[in-house]
Design a protein around this ligand. Structure first.
Ligand code: HEC
Ligand code: HEC
Ligand code: HEC
Length: 419
């Protein structure tokens, strides 16, 4: 059943529409505000996607937003809380002000400091209107009863008041300020990247607890055993040589012609969040990244030894990788990514290449799967290959992979399914 008031169809509220037919005065008062409420909830749903709330606030196999995922930190594991509107175990009794205070200031229901594993150092820049739209969306969900799982953070870091020192050094609540000379498109991209997108949570150098040395820098950083590369417009490590279309396509599908494929946590971010954005928002993000002035996180290195034909790394690459990725690291367009000029390969840290060699990759977007070539190689062989790949064919990353790094990542790198 559908019902129209002021040209707006209320198909989504058939029962209410029926009620309204009976009580005519309600048509004028209740109906328009419900339409506004439903638009607010839809906007909140979209913004919650942009913020990837579900990615952290859902345990494997658990109900969306009911929390329970354990997130690793250098000092222990923290469980995410339930943010469904259950009054006892979720946020059902939070006021608008309390919810905004959590997002804007990182302060919980009872005034306690929240750990910055929750990306409030980014969310602080989200407007109050957008935050309250997210709240309206969360409050439209069915409440789920799910008590907080124990937080396993070691003393003294488990004492929340100790976060005061961290806050004094690293956190100031802020609002987003657009640069007046930027186009509306770039301003929108900046708002998304610096706010809900919290790209810097991974793409900045992070300190203890995952708060970065400061938001908005995007010079690259380590995250859960991967390396999120520089996203400034630097042409070597950054996205300087990507076109806006390539970046936007990568953010939608996880692949971009000639620019590599999304790995690990980036693949998850795309699947939970970025692929749901509008093309206009993905292009805005891309345009903003292209506008961020180039910054290098390392001095490009030419390491003649590692590149020399006949070196251990070169030989191992020829035996184990060249068949697919080509003798010159050029890959096969549309089938196998190039390793020459590849940003994930040339990040400051060697983690991405190590993990891919150890675990392989599942098939993606018409690309073949990659077998776990390194599973049968020694830690030293893998390190030699990784250093060769990062320094060969004009790649200028530091050849800094050590056998010890490979050994450390081996136990936490699962083998990818090969289909
Ligand atoms: C990177 C992971 C991550 C993401 C993304 C994330 N959160 Fe959280 N969130 C956490 C963690 C961890 C905590 C617990 C912090 C603590 O206990 O100090 C938390 C706490 C909260 C709290 C406080 C709840 C309470 O009971 O104290 C709220 C509200 C919240 N998040 C809302 C959101 C919303 C809304 C989004 C999306 C816009 C979001 N979070 C995205 C990890 C995340
Ligand atoms: C049997 C073919 C094959 C072999 C052998 C192979 N690869 Fe791959 N590699 C692929 C394919 C296919 C992908 C893309 C997989 C996907 O995501 O679908 C890939 C992806 C990668 C990536 C990720 C690139 C990016 O853009 O993020 C790296 C790094 C990589 N390979 C390095 C290596 C190294 C180093 C070796 C040798 C130790 C190797 N590969 C051996 C087929 C292969
Ligand atoms: C949870 C961590 C995480 C978040 C959040 C995240 N990224 Fe990433 N990102 C990574 C990692 C790790 C890589 C390296 C592996 C790969 O290339 O996919 C990466 C790679 C990329 C690349 C490819 C860079 C290159 O040179 O190959 C782009 C572009 C990118 N991210 C953009 C973004 C944007 C824009 C955002 C925010 C909207 C974002 N990322 C948020 C972890 C993250």
């Amino acid at each position: 059943m559908s019902f129209t008031v002021f040209g707006v169809s209320y198909r989504r509220f058939p029962l209410l529409a029926a009620g309204v037919l009976a009580i005519v005065s309600a048509v004028l008062t209740t109906q328009p505000s419900l339409a506004a409420e439903s638009a607010l909830i839809d906007r909140g749903a979209y913004l919650a996607k942009a913020g990837d709330c579900v990615g952290c606030h859902t345990a494997p196999g658990g109900k969306p937003f009911s929390g329970g995922l354990y997130m690793p930190t250098p000092v222990g594991k923290i469980s995410t809380p339930n943010i469904t509107p259950d009054r006892e175990t979720g946020i059902g009794d939070w006021s608008d002000d309390q919810f905004y205070r959590a997002m804007h200031e990182g302060i919980g229901h009872n005034g306690e400091f929240l750990y910055p594993v929750f990306p409030f150092p980014w969310y602080t820049k989200v407007t109050r209107d957008d935050v309250l739209a997210i709240k309206a969306y969360l409050f439209s969900l069915a409440p789920v009863r799910a008590p907080r799982r124990p937080i396993e953070i070691a003393f003294p870091f488990n004492v929340r008041s100790a976060l005061e020192a961290w806050r004094l050094s690293f956190f100031t609540a802020a609002t987003f300020v657009a640069k007046p000379d930027d186009s509306a498109k770039i301003q929108r991209g900046a708002y998304l990247v610096e706010g809900l997108g919290h790209c810097g949570e991974c793409h900045n150098q992070n300190n203890l607890f995952g708060a970065s040395d400061w938001s908005g820098r995007l010079k690259g950083g380590q995250i859960e055993g991967w390396y999120a590369p520089n996203l400034t417009s630097d042409g070597t490590e950054g996205v300087g040589h990507w076109t806006e279309d390539q970046i936007a396509s990568f953010l939608k599908t996880g692949t971009a012609p000639h620019s590599g494929i999304a790995l690990g946590p980036m693949r998850e971010t795309i699947n939970d969040s970025l692929k749901y954005l509008t093309d206009a928002d993905r292009h805005a993000i891309a345009a903003y990244l292209k506008s961020v002035s180039a910054q290098q996180s390392y001095k490009p290195v030419v390491n003649a030894d590692a590149q020399a034909p006949g070196s251990t790394g070169a030989n191992a690459y020829l035996s184990h990788c060249a068949f697919c990725h080509g003798i010159g690291g050029q890959g096969i367009a549309g089938e196998i990514p190039a390793l020459a000029g590849n940003g994930a390969v040339m990040a400051a840290g060697p983690q991405n290449v190590i993990r891919v060699v150890l675990g392989g990759l599942p098939a993606k977007n018409g690309l073949h799967p990659m077998p776990a070539v390194g599973a049968d190689l020694s830690d030293q062989d893998v390190a030699d290959i990784v250093n060769y790949v990062r320094t060969g064919w004009g790649n200028t990353a530091p050849g800094n992979a050590q056998a010890g790094d490979v050994g450390a990542l081996r136990s936490t790198t699962p083998l990818a399914p090969q289909h």
